[in-house]
Design a protein around this ligand. Structure first.
Ligand code: NAD
Length: 263
């Protein structure tokens, strides 16, 4: 059973690292071309260049403006349903006006032309990998654009027939709608987690892109892959908590490095 996501959302950002050299990029490109199975684990930094704020980056990150326990937990939602619903409505509006970036597109193109060789596992809830055209994306933390019922749905609860409101509710029993994302303290969808573990175990190369590595169990996929013999590469603009697990760290942005590796 996957554990609930946990992290210290207020931990300080790690220091910057020197930018990746072109020789390093070329060598990794060759390794990727030769690999039968590649897994890619992405986090909020993957979508930063699309204009979606990350959670932990210093001044633009969401957690610098909002309290994570209030905005991303069931207890927070029950205490302040309208405030939390409106925060997600704001995030939905952000996502609706952005586009996949060159990094999402490079992964999607490569996976289409090398069918069955790449698994994309994401902590992101923004749907940008899917919109870029990646198939079979394992969305560990759910999808922001979808809703589900807060309490176990009764026979009267019908997602197609809700009473408007912030949040909308079941017109019969009053059950509230909530975003279909995984909040702190909640379990990851079991089948998605199992598929992600399998992909990490079977990968010759795991790319860990744009994640601080602070949220578990997702970050644990890097250790799982490494123990199974994968070459684990951290791609990030900053040092991360997974650098110690990595076989290699490439410093640079997702939208710059992924096209250089895959196009
Ligand atoms: P995080 O906010 O903890 O860390 C973001 C990481 O991205 C940092 O390490 C940062 O250095 C790096 N980064 C920033 N810009 C980058 C770029 N252009 N290229 C490469 N790296 C870059 O995010 P996290 O590790 O994904 O964990 C936070 C949780 O936040 C996840 O569970 C996820 O569900 C959620 N989240 C999702 C979105 C989204 O769906 N787009 C946005 C914010 C948060």
């Amino acid at each position: 059973m996957p554990l609930a996501p946990s992290s210290d959302p207020l931990s300080a950002s790690p220091p910057a690292r020197p930018v990746a050299a072109s020789g390093e990029v070329q060598a990794l490109r060759q390794r990727l071309a030769a690999a039968c199975q590649i897994a890619v684990l992405t986090g909020a930094g993957m979508s930063a260049e699309s204009g979606v704020p990350t959670f932990r980056d210093d001044s633009s990150g969401y957690w610098s403006q909002f309290n994570p326990q209030e905005m991303a937990s069931e207890a927070g939602f029950r205490a302040h349903p309208q405030r939390v619903w409106n925060w997600y409505a704001h995030r939905r509006a952000v996502i609706a006006r952005v586009e996949p970036n060159a990094g999402h597109l490079a992964l999607a193109r490569w996976s289409r032309t090398h069918e069955g060789r790449m698994s994309v596992i994401t902590q992101n809830v923004d749907g940008l990998h899917q919109r870029a055209g990646s198939a079979g994306v394992l969305a560990l933390h759910g999808e922001l654009m979808r809703n589900r019922w807060l309490d176990r749905p009764r026979s009267c609860c019908d997602l197609q027939r809700v009473a408007p409101g912030e949040p909308p509710s079941c017109p019969v029993c009053g059950n509230l709608l909530r975003p279909a994302v995984v909040w702190f303290g909640e379990a990851l969808p079991a089948s998605v987690w199992q598929a992600a573990e399998q992909a990490a175990q079977g990968a010759e190369v795991l790319l860990v892109v744009g994640t601080s590595g602070a949220v578990y169990p997702a970050a644990g996929l890097a250790q799982i892959a490494r123990r199974s013999g994968a070459h684990v590469v951290v791609i990030n603009t900053q040092a991360t908590e997974l650098d110690a697990v990595a076989s290699q760290c490439l410093t640079g942005s997702a939208a710059r490095l992924l096209p250089a590796l895959f196009d």
